[in-house]
Design a protein around this ligand. Structure first.
Ligand SMILES: Nc1ncnc2c1ncn2[C@@H]1O[C@H](COP(=O)(O)OP(=O)(O)OP(=O)(O)O)[C@@H](O)[C@H]1O
Length: 238
């Protein structure tokens, strides 16, 4: 049985079908990329699974238990974590306190040492600084640290790569590989395919709320439909 199973996930906003029935499975410690052009439904998919929006149809199961439509705090306890495209830390609180508020109640998979985590993410020297003083990259790392405080079983990462230097991307790809190797499954929403390739060989490609390809990233890049959607070119099949 897969760790996470998503079937027929649909999200409507009034007349707009933002997700038209998405299916994918995720195994323990597997990393999966979620890619697609702007507005294709990637963040909506994360929001529907992580409890920010209640999906209109479909099911999500974690280890066989239905979690569809559960609230974010229930999902966090169950082991679903996420980061945000635009992190919103508690800016007036210290970086370390931002981690502590992420775990205000003891949770079932055991506590994480905030100082070890800050060290691991290269934020240790900012522990006593106000989070609002961090630059954009550091705020993304803090957001990742906050998610990791909850020892997620599945971690959704929404566009971590944007704005990072090649060296930062390489270092974060290494960190994500370590996190997956330790047993956390990852769903990585990303526009930077070179970065994504360092994290996972497998992608789901979305277009206009539908999944148009599931498989190896290398094959996706050669797929005429994917090429048409990304580059606006006409494929031989049109
Ligand atoms: N809360 C909402 N209310 C109405 N429409 C929404 C809402 N959230 C998303 N949408 C719409 O759903 C569609 C999918 O948006 P979404 O943000 O999921 O795309 P995305 O693939 O994550 O795009 P990007 O790469 O630009 O982040 C878009 O047309 C968007 O305008």
């Amino acid at each position: 049985m897969p760790l996470l199973s998503v079937r027929g996930l649909e999200q409507r906003f009034g007349g707009l079908v933002a997700l038209a029935g998405i299916d994918f499975d995720l195994e323990p410690a597997q990393a999966l990329g979620l890619v697609g052009p702007n507005g294709s439904g990637k963040t909506t998919c994360i929001n529907a699974i992580c409890g920010l929006n209640r999906p209109t149809k479909g099911t999500v199961t974690l280890d066989g238990t239905p979690i569809t439509g559960a609230r974010p705090h229930q999902l966090a306890r169950a082991g679903i974590g996420r980061t945000f495209q635009i992190p919103r830390p508690f800016r007036g609180m210290t970086v370390r306190d931002n981690l502590l508020v992420a775990t205000s109640t003891r949770h079932p998979r055991g506590d994480v040492d905030p100082d070890e985590l800050l060290e691991r993410l290269g934020l240790a020297r900012f522990g006593a600084s106000e989070a609002g003083t961090l630059n954009a990259t550091q705020q993304k790392l803090l957001d990742l640290a906050r998610a990791l405080m909850l020892r997620p079983r599945v971690l959704f990462i929404d566009e971590l790569g944007a704005g990072l230097s090649p060296a930062e991307l390489h270092s974060i790809a290494g960190l994500l590989n370590e996190i997956a190797a330790e047993g956390t499954s990852l769903v990585v929403v990303e526009h930077l395919l070179g970065f994504l390739e360092q994290v996972t060989p497998t992608v789901v490609v979305l277009n206009a709320g539908s999944s148009i390809f599931v498989g190896p990233l290398r094959d996706a890049l050669r797929d005429p439909e994917v090429e048409r959607v990304f580059l606006g070119t006409t494929s031989a099949h049109d």
